[in-house]
Design a protein around this ligand. Structure first.
Ligand code: HCD
Length: 516
């Protein structure tokens, strides 16, 4: 029907109109634009081949994509495509075919059908590296039963609510040290304030935090002298993400065969990541064998995994390395965005600070109790991830046939939820351009709208650590400093596998007790 209609233009016009008229509508439309009467669910559903999108011209779209220099702009192109095609479209870029959705209800349908072995898109060069070096996959890259058994063991150590009380003191001391470091810089400046691009400090903070939780060890990254090895690790993670990008569209095997720079840089980054993580793990492992570490005190996730003895050491290493690498750019970038947004919304900043002061008073030194009371602060992190998610999409392969927007989606189809686009769509968030943490506390329904960490058993394994780390960081920063930024500097977003700011963010930290 659709295909016969011929010109693509016609299809896109049709979709634009319908999207404007009936966003989120689940009814079927014919090529002539006549609305079919609502039918019993599924009856009038259309086949996959009827899905809007320019998936028929995969190599041509890849060419356009290249031409437009859209590499770093995937997230904005996705917004445009949803505007053009409506709430569901099919896409093929080179080798890589997917169905894209934006509607929270559709996300719910997708996640509720995911079963016991949810599978997400596996980033090809990450697999290619491990095959190339003959390294085992960690939980990030595994699937099926191997994934599930590892994940259940890791969940106990990284995600269970009982672990929160172990993580909090470890993360709290790192945040306190960060504050001391900022205070020192402010003193040095002699102006009662410090203006800088904080990203490098935040990378170090994030690595220091995740390592304290993983290994129970302080690396000392918040001092003036930094071990060059550690800085190399941090740079390697960023370069690893960056060099992944072209390999989403060109097969790594091809780039490996022609020995391209992208592939070589990618391999080298992973080599640095693995060898440095290996050193950290080896240190703990030896200590552990020597004195079986006193079992009373909490010594970090790695020690617990070793003590449990449920996972082979090679599997522990693989997953702990992934967590260590995954814990650097993700939380640091989110914290940078959070401070940027708070600096641009002084009223919100003051409200969050007031909540923190009140909670601190009421909790009388009980950190856990204090964190429990910080509703607006938690909403602030949610709101930051709405506007600035780390991942542009959350993806799943369907395990059975499902119906999305009245289209049959067969089993084994890659479906991507465009969470970046969803977060900026007025159909799902009132005045989406506004940074308004309170919306999360007032919204009628937040149903499948907060997907920054994914959903279900395959959600982010580092979620608990990341959330506590970011909460404690913001608590201490807001208790001690006023965060300011130059007015009128708008920072955009760049896709570099994860979403990052497209230019440096300069923030001013002013000591709260030395207000002008
Ligand atoms: C990148 O089209 C864009 O937590 C692709 C789809 C995709 C798939 C998996 C996502 C990835 C995107 C972004 C980075 C993510 C990754 C899964 C885990 C990874 C979201 C959206 C991350 C940052 C952990 C990385 C750990 C690694 C360093 C060992």
């Amino acid at each position: 029907m659709f295909a016969q209609a011929g010109p693509r233009l016609q299809a896109s016009v049709r979709c634009k109109v319908l999207w404007a008229v009936a966003p989120g509508c689940r009814r079927a439309y014919t090529a002539t634009g006549v609305v079919c009467p609502p039918s019993p669910r599924g009856k009038a559903a259309l086949p996959l081949s009827e899905l809007p999108g320019d998936w028929r011209t995969s190599w041509l779209s890849l060419y356009h994509f290249w031409q437009e220099g859209s590499f770093h702009n995937v997230h904005n192109l996705m917004i445009q495509k949803f505007q053009k095609f409506g709430p569901i479209y099919r896409e093929k870029l080179g080798l890589y075919e997917s169905v894209n959705i934006i509607n929270p209800e559709d996300a719910a349908t997708l996640f509720k059908s995911e079963g016991n072995y949810p599978k997400r898109f596996t980033v090809p060069p990450w697999l290619a590296y491990r095959d190339f070096r003959n390294k085992p996959y960690g939980v990030l890259l595994k699937n099926g039963e191997a994934w599930r058994s590892d994940r259940l063991i890791l969940n106990k150590e990284a995600m269970s609510l009982q672990m929160i009380k172990c993580f909090v003191p470890l993360l709290n001391e790192v945040s306190e040290d960060f504050v001391k470091r900022v205070q020192l810089q402010i003193e040095k400046s002699g102006h009662g304030k410090w203006t800088t691009d904080l990203i490098n400090e935040l990378f170090r903070f994030a690595l220091e935090s995740v390592c304290n939780v993983l290994y129970g060890v302080r690396l000392g990254l918040l001092q003036d002298f930094i071990d060059p090895e550690t800085q190399k690790f941090i740079n390697a993670v960023t370069l690893m993400f960056h060099t992944t990008l072209p390999m989403l569209y060109i097969p790594p095997s091809l780039l490996c065969r022609i020995n391209s720079k992208t592939w070589r840089d990618h391999v080298q980054s992973w080599d640095v990541i693995f060898s440095h993580a290996d050193k950290c793990i080896q240190n703990i492992y030896q200590e552990f064998q020597l004195d079986q570490k006193s079992t009373k005190e909490y010594n970090g996730i790695l020690a617990c995994l070793l003590l449990q003895n449920k996972l082979p050491i090679e599997d522990i290493k693989a997953s702990v390395t992934e967590m260590m690498a995954g814990g650097v750019d993700t939380t640091s970038t989110t914290l940078q965005w959070a401070m940027y947004e708070l600096a641009r919304s002084p009223v919100v900043q003051e409200q969050v600070r007031a909540e923190i002061f009140a909670a601190r008073q009421a909790a009388q030194g009980d950190l856990l109790k204090m964190l429990k009371a910080l509703r607006l602060l938690k909403a602030t992190i949610k709101e930051t991830l709405r506007l600035h998610p780390v991942a542009v999409t959350v993806q799943r392969y369907t395990t059975q046939e499902i119906i999305l927007q009245n289209y049959f989606i067969p089993a084994n189809t890659l479906v991507q939820v465009g969470i970046h686009a969803m977060g900026r769509d007025p159909n799902f968030f009132n005045k989406p351009e506004l940074f308004d943490p309170e919306r999360w506390l007032k919204m009628d329904s937040t149903y499948f709208r907060g997907l920054g960490f994914g959903f279900g058993p395959r959600q982010c394994l580092g979620r608990r650590i990341a959330e506590l780390e970011m909460q404690l960081f913001l608590v201490h920063m807001l208790e001690n400093f006023k965060i300011e930024t130059k007015r009128g500097v708008d920072v955009g977003t760049k896709f570099d596998l994860i979403l990052i700011p497209d230019k440096p963010i300069h923030l001013t930290l002013r000591a709260l007790d030395a207000q002008p």
